[in-house]
Write a protein that binds this ligand. Structure first.
Ligand code: SF4
Length: 414
């Protein structure tokens, strides 16, 4: 067993720059909301953000806010508030914590960014159900509460190949959003501007992929727990030069770590995959636990979800439709199995951890026998941890620690 008591997380120097650009992002949104200088769109995280940016909207992402509520461990103050108005404790705890916080008129933004008093009020709400139905229901509540128009894309689920027919359908739905968005934004759609934003997003996603692939190195320079924080700009600032500049800096730092043989975990003995949502309120605890066990969690479905290989500025509608339909969560079990098998072999992984997230069945891939199939095909062990993305009543520190330690012992004995 490793030296649990000496666990310390190595700081990524670029994080200071990330904090600054994230602060700038929220202050710009706040300024736009106060002054009316730009219209504001709230968009689901894998929604048609590039289209909105090209029309001059500033884009705010409720899921990012949900993750902040989880990471600051405030979610459980608010989930019961949403439960009290009829949203079940069994549905997405991003949704329940975010709506609960709104009802109480509280947000972690006020503490993180002095001067910001609340969320930037939306002019339009835009969803893509590629992740789940919850995002539509979530924005639907705000549409009723704030009397704001809502629109979006209804996508396919559980698909194998992403066919041209599916792409044409989704591209058509994206196109159909334009007239109403033009009216709300006051700007005409400009294909060249759309192409420019797609090119910026494309470059951001390429860099994010390269960042994640630095973990092909042994030892791996960045943990999954670091990556969940580092992906912030890929989520909320894709489509901007700012995100590109940030990932160039981060990539250079990680490449330096690789060339100097510096790993996120000293004495890296085991390399693991994290499948499913992060446990936002326990990132530090889990990170330290694994470091103490000389184990690097270095690849994940979650962080890979912001790699959009298909983006092509020359064919923006179809390529956006393809990119946002190719993501893991939309795909069938056979695709998911192949996808994880490929990563395990490329990254040289020794085991897989599945997070069964109580309120997100969409991102809990242990429930249809995938761990068992992967154990058989890869001949490596898997562990399922019960928990949740935001609702810490579903997570037991002791149980997770005991199970993870036993899992590492199992790896040692192989
Ligand atoms: S995918 Fe899961 S965590 Fe994300 S919005 Fe849907 S239910 Fe919530």
């Amino acid at each position: 067993m490793g030296s649990e008591n000496n666990a310390s997380i190595k700081r990524i120097q670029a994080t200071g720059q990330m904090k600054k650009i994230m602060a700038d992002y929220f202050y710009q949104l706040d300024e736009a909301a106060r002054s009316g200088s730009s219209k504001i769109a709230w968009c689901t995280s894998v929604g048609p953000a590039e289209l909105l940016l090209s029309l001059g909207f500033q884009v705010y992402y409720p899921e990012n806010h949900g993750a902040m509520l989880g990471a600051t461990r405030q979610a459980n103050d608010y989930i019961p508030v949403a439960n009290a108005i009829g949203y079940s404790p069994d549905i997405c705890s991003y949704l329940t914590s975010d709506i609960g916080a709104y009802i109480k008129q509280e947000t972690p933004l006020t503490r993180a960014y002095p001067g910001i008093e609340g969320l930037p009020r939306p002019d339009v709400l835009v969803f893509n159900t590629n992740q789940c139905r919850d995002v539509q229901d979530w924005l639907g509540w705000y549409a009723r509460e704030l009397q704001v128009p809502i629109m979006g894309v209804s996508t396919f689920r559980n698909i194998g190949d992403v066919t041209d027919l599916a792409v044409a359908n989704i591209a058509g739905q994206i196109r159909e959003l334009i007239p109403e968005l033009e009216q709300i934004s006051g700007n005409r759609f400009d294909l060249d501007r759309f192409r420019e934003v797609m090119a910026l997003s494309g470059r951001c996603t390429e860099l994010w992929k390269q960042v994640l692939e630095t973990n092909l190195a042994k030892p791996a320079p960045m943990s999954f727990f670091d990556a969940t924080i580092q992906m912030g700009p890929a989520v909320v600032l894709r489509g901007s030069e700012t995100a590109i500049a940030y990932y160039e800096t981060l990539l250079a730092e990680l490449k330096t770590r690789v060339s100097e043989g510096i790993g996120a975990v000293d004495n890296e003995r085991f390399r693991l995959y994290w499948e499913g949502m992060p446990v936002w309120g326990k990132l530090r605890d889990l990170s330290e636990l694994f470091i103490g066990l000389d184990t690097a969690v270095i690849a994940s479905t979650y962080c890979n979800s912001w790699i959009f290989d298909a983006f092509d500025p020359e064919d923006p509608f179809n390529s956006m439709a393809r990119a946002y339909t190719e993501i893991f969560i939309v795909r069938d079990e056979a695709f998911k199995q192949r996808y994880i098998e490929d990563i395990v072999s490329r990254f040289g992984l020794h085991g897989l951890i599945f997070h069964d997230s109580k309120t997100c069945p969409n991102n809990s891939n242990n429930r249809y026998c995938l761990p068992e199939r992967l154990e058989e095909s890869l001949q490596i062990p898997t562990l399922t941890i019960n928990g949740d993305l935001n609702d810490m009543r579903c997570y037991s520190d002791e149980q997770a620690k005991t199970n993870i330690e036993a899992f590492i012992e199992q790896l040692e004995s192989r």
